[in-house]
Design a protein around this ligand. Structure first.
Ligand code: FAD
Length: 393
């Protein structure tokens, strides 16, 4: 079957669903194709840190009712090195900006609901298999649903289909360069029914490796440990995980981690990836389809939403005024923020992960970098403004 719309969107993650709402607000028709079921995408646990910019956009789109009620605003973050702790006060250093802790799966539930209520068609279990004719004015997405093949004809295709999607590889190979960095460590992450032992996140360097105490709600803790890239989950009993977290997160004030039932456990490799062009012909790509950052800076979801804010504005300008300027500069406009986020995520990763033996030259450089945060308001401000998200870039 052949159907048509203005904008064909591949992927109902944060990027695709936010784009759906922005286009609907502007009166531009679109269809979102998602190869998973609604239930699956609404329960996929991933990020949980929303920058001020992301919350501002969700407020503007009127999709933040539950986020405002259930999200936890954090006005600072704790950084720890060998048990010494520094708090970075966002309020004071960024003119009142903050972050909000709210699980990505909750964001997705809110965005799916709003799209459907506002009449944006979201086709679940619709697998995009090919993107064709991107060099013409009527690109097409070929997809299968219920074992039937369909063709979606549009004015533009937007690939919001994540790192493993088909959109990036639908652009000619010579239209972009790839940058890849594999870090020599991974994160073992858990979700646990345990009251968080801290009101604000704690990033900790320890001679046994990095640890992060984060949270998802007042009852659910999210914690991570640096592990070797070839580490196996079966080597980590729940008890071993809690013991290791306790050791790495301890500070001079005898901080105690609250233990509880672990209901999710996974090892994720740490990677940076990006391409330097996010458009070819009538195909635009956004979010994880174009870039991956290590999760240390909490930027993945926020970057995806930031790309979409720019793309939606560019598309609305094109449809309303026939002006191509913003569409033409889309890649370059996104790349400024993406490079900043890559650098910040890389900085945070190297500041807190163990990369060299304790007591080595590299270790002392790392420690000096940490001490400087406590000594210099300028350095603390740099971290705070990158962490809550730069407003204009
Ligand atoms: C395991 C994991 C843990 C993470 N943890 C963190 C974290 O702690 N902090 C952080 O900041 N970031 C984290 N991230 C990154 C963050 O979740 C992503 O940056 C964010 O989801 C990007 O949104 P997106 O919309 O670009 O892509 P996605 O959320 O990946 O959405 C892409 C969508 O496209 C769909 N899709 C793919 N191919 C097709 C196709 N052919 N046809 C139709 N649909 C398709 C997928 O099913 C998916 O729903 C994590 C990512 C992963 C994978």
């Amino acid at each position: 079957m052949k159907i048509s719309t203005r904008i064909g969107i591949v992927g109902a993650g944060p990027a695709g669903l936010t784009l759906g709402l922005l286009l609907q607000r502007a009166g531009i028709d679109c269809i979102i194709l998602e190869h998973r079921s609604r239930e699956y995408v609404e329960n996929r646990t991933r990020a949980g840190l929303l920058e001020q910019n992301t919350v501002d956009l969700f407020n503007e789109l009127n999709v933040s009712g539950r986020l405002q009620r259930e999200g936890l605003q954090h006005h600072g973050v704790n950084l720890s090195f060998d048990g010494m702790r520094i708090r970075i006060p966002f309020d004071e250093l960024t003119g009142g900006r903050c972050i909000t802790i709210y699980g990505q799966q909750e964001v997705i539930k809110d965005l799916v609901k709003a799209n459907l209520e506002r009449g944006v068609p979201v086709y679940f279990e619709a697998d995009a298999t090919r993107i064709e004719d991107i060099g013409t004015n009527s690109p097409k997405i070929v997809y299968t649903q219920n074992n039937e093949t369909h063709v979606l004809e549009c004015d533009f295709v937007v690939g919001c289909d994540g790192y493993h999607g088909i959109s990036r590889s639908s652009m000619p190979k010579d239209s972009y360069s790839e940058f890849v960095k594999e870090y020599p460590f991974s994160w073992l992450g858990i979700l646990a029914n345990a009251t968080p032992a801290t009101d604000e996140l704690i990033y900790a360097y320890h001679e046994r490796g990095f640890a992060l105490h984060s949270l998802r709600s007042n009852k659910v803790s999210r914690l991570y440990l640096q592990v070797e890239n070839n580490e196996k989950l079966e080597n980590w009993s729940d008890e071993r995980i809690w013991d290791e977290l306790q050791i790495r997160l301890s500070d001079s004030g005898n901080f105690r981690v609250n233990r509880g039932e672990i209901f999710e456990k996974a090892i994720t490799p740490m990677r940076s990836f990006m391409i330097d062009n996010m458009q070819h012909g009538r195909l635009f790509i956004a979010g994880d389809a174009a870039h991956i950052v290590p999760p240390t800076g909490g930027k993945g979801l926020n970057l995806a939403v930031a790309d979409i804010r720019l793309l939606a504005e560019a598309m609305v300008t094109w449809f309303r005024k026939g002006n191509n300027d913003l569409l033409g500069s889309y890649s370059q406009d996104c790349l400024r923020r993406i490079w900043r986020a890559q650098d910040f995520s890389n900085f945070m990763t190297y500041l807190f992960h163990k990369q060299a033996p304790h007591g080595s030259f590299e270790y002392y450089l790392q420690r000096s970098r940490f001490n400087y945060i406590g000594q210099s308001k300028a350095q603390a401000t740099t971290i705070a403004e990158n962490y809550v998200g730069l407003k204009d870039i």
